[in-house]
Design a protein around this ligand. Structure first.
Ligand SMILES: C[S@@+](CC[C@H](N)C(=O)[O-])C[C@H]1O[C@@H](n2cnc3c(N)ncnc32)[C@H](O)[C@@H]1O
Length: 332
């Protein structure tokens, strides 16, 4: 429910989103006009035209009901409907999500096909690898039967113990992380903040394929929560490990050059910036840094400028989900 009063126009306006109605109240003490019109959004215009006419008919002063004010009133319903049309699909997906998902944070979904196309172009620009090669990498996790079977079995085993995970984790923007690992063949990938370990398994799966291609690498995740990272097990655990404790402290223990760094832990701007500074001297020449907070903070932009890197931002577009999406900041 949103309620606004515009003194200048002389009416207050209430938008009831669940009921999809708009209510306009005109209260003008000088000519005694007291009027309330409630109309469903789709047919709000006639009700509001009546209100506008009443304002005009009873106006003691011509300037109290100028054409501009009447037009503003008449058009409220249509303009509200237009604005809400952008949100209606998300509102519908809330019900689907409430019914079918158990997630309460770190939501999972597919990217829209167009958005996935944008991601392929962006990873191709950052890595300077052919677009067709990157598209192939983006497709790999979903056609990787071993990975799909592993995740379904692991989640099945943990289903009763962890209540905020869904049967099929969808990778969203993490596909971009995967494609970066496949394209760059890093020897060390660090991801701060692992939560359930969806990113961990996906990054380990990329390293597993790199190893099969003769370019082995290692994954290190960090998390302050000792129960985090439970999806990283079985054959995927052979490609990496998780350091438990505060991320800044864990980063200090790394003793090999970091080729790809992914920030996704404490999302406060200050902490994010501290992680970049903690890793700065450990980055290999040409290392790429990915920020999972770049939709909400400029810490990676600033770090990119300080270290002579370029910065790009990919805005994620979830498919059939109310979450507006995060993104990937690239400093390269
Ligand atoms: C957004 S989740 C990470 C999601 C994960 N990267 C993925 O792909 O699903 C953030 C994680 O950061 C961890 N975290 C928060 N503050 C931290 C800190 N100071 N040091 C290490 N981990 C931290 C939380 O426990 C949480 O698991």
């Amino acid at each position: 429910m949103v309620q606004l009063t515009n003194q200048d126009l002389g009416f207050s306006f209430t938008l009831d989103v669940p009921a999809e109605t708009v209510t306009v109240t005109v209260h003008r003490p000088d000519d005694g006009l007291n009027l309330t019109v409630t109309a469903p959004l789709d047919s709000a215009v006639p009700g509001l035209v009546e209100a506008a006419q009443a304002m005009e008919a009873t106006a003691a002063h011509p300037e109290a009901a100028t054409e501009g004010k009447r037009d503003h009133l008449r058009n409220l319903g249509a303009r509200t409907g237009m604005a809400l049309s952008y949100f209606r699909p998300s509102l519908n997906s809330v019900a689907q999500w409430l019914m079918w998902s158990r997630e309460n944070t770190n939501f999972t979904y597919r990217l829209t096909p167009r958005n996935r196309g944008c991601l392929a172009h962006m990873v191709s620009c950052v890595t300077k690898k052919p677009l067709a090669e990157i598209r192939g990498y983006l497709d790999e996790p979903e056609i990787d039967v071993e990975l799909t079977n592993y995740l379904s079995e692991r989640i099945g085993q943990l289903w009763e113990r962890h209540h905020n995970i869904d049967r099929t984790p969808l990778f969203g923007r993490r596909l971009g992380w995967y494609a970066m690992v496949r394209a760059l063949k890093p020897r060390l990938v660090v991801e701060t903040g692992v939560d359930k370990g969806i990113g961990s398994v996906l990054l380990a799966a990329a390293l597993r394929r790199n190893a099969a291609d003769g370019a082995a690498g290692e994954y290190v995740g960090t998390d302050i929560n000792s129960a985090a990272g439970y999806l990283l097990a079985g054959p995927y655990a052979e490609h990496g490990r998780i350091l438990y404790g505060d991320s800044i402290e864990s980063l200090a223990t790394l003793d090999k050059p970091v080729d790809l760094f992914i920030n996704d832990s404490d999302h406060s701007v200050d902490y994010e910036a501290r992680e970049y500074h903690a890793i700065r001297e450990k980055l290999s020449p040409g290392a790429v840094i990915l920020g999972d907070n770049a939709h909400a903070s400029d810490a990676l932009q600033v770090f990119a400028e300080e270290t002579g890197r370029q910065f790009l931002f990919f805005k994620e577009e979830p498919e059939n989900h109310w979450y507006p999406g995060a993104g990937i900041g690239f400093a390269f």
